[in-house]
Design a protein around this ligand. Sequence first.
Ligand SMILES: Cc1ncc(COP(=O)(O)O)c(C=O)c1O
Length: 369
Amino acid sequence: VKIPFLNLAAAHRELRDELDAAHRRVLDSGRFILGPEVEQFEAEFAAYCGVEHCVGVGNGLEALRLILEAAGIGRGDEVIVPAQTYIASWLAVTALGAEVVPVDIELTTANIDPSRIEAAITGRTRAILPVHLYSRPAEMAPISAIAKRHGLLVVEDAAQAHGATYQGRKAGALGDAAGFSFYPSKNLGALGDGGAVTTNDGQLADRVRLLRNYGARAKYQHEIRGTNSRLDELQAAYLRVKLTRLDEWNERRRALSREYLAQLSGVAGLDLPLADTEEIRSAWHLFVVRTADRDSLARALAEHDIETLIHYPKPPFLEPPYARGDWSAERFPFAAEQAASVLSLPFGPHLGSAALSQVAHSLGRVLAS
Ligand SMILES: Cc1ncc(COP(=O)(O)O)c(C=O)c1O
């Protein structure tokens, strides 16, 4: 039997009646833009994350961009970003005319290396943008301490981290503001695009609220130059259904991650993700291993009908939009090595234990041969 990378159909089968009811509720209400579903989802997701404010926006990239814009970051400013991440973390900065200043990651965590951040700070630095890659929280204590010393904003890219915790607090409540994505495959995924900003800063939340809606608080009363980046009413209704399952599904992800770690622990030539600790609890968006000949392993697993993906095959600085003579694999060696060696195994709350064992068994056999 073929093992897909992610079984979204099974997730939606489980929620079918509730999603149908949500759809009908919106259809019958006749409210499709910034109505009661968005308002209630914002309140529910703010409470979930443990913050005062949540603002629903068009997608995760927009969430990050609107936070930076609301903070007044733009041309002439610099924002510190991890050298390896999904390209959206960088695009949010450069869309505003600000510059990204990449800092290498730690191979063990795949997150920005806090010990390298201070050397990257200049007189133009305005913010640090840590990414909780694969939903493992970045080392927020040292990052926040550095930010405080230098008067910088901390913007979490929490696009992959719904429900992850750091020192008992949720992703989304760990910096000055956070951007979430509700892309369908995320731990909390819509049935289309969606995103949100979370923050305890009332002024920043208010500014994002204006920006997402043409700069207007009320129809045709434009206070600033805004844009159109709103969370759809229909998506908010679906997200409210899925939010009720987030903790349960994250617990399934955690149990499956422990099974993978146990079954793969003895496999030579394979580096495994770090297990959870009291302090750092991932929400296990993905299960990402590393191995020297990643492409051969992916091909061999495909021959065993096991689908894998690569998150992400190239760090942003090696992609054409950011090509620059002085940004090279030598300059950010861990980011380059990580991108060349990672492989994401089939995963998700609806991966059965039998399928997981089949993946682990096949992977062990391939690497042993
Ligand atoms: C780390 C990271 N940042 C930002 C984004 C952007 O989110 P979206 O696709 O909703 O724009 C994503 C997801 O795609 C992501 O994985």
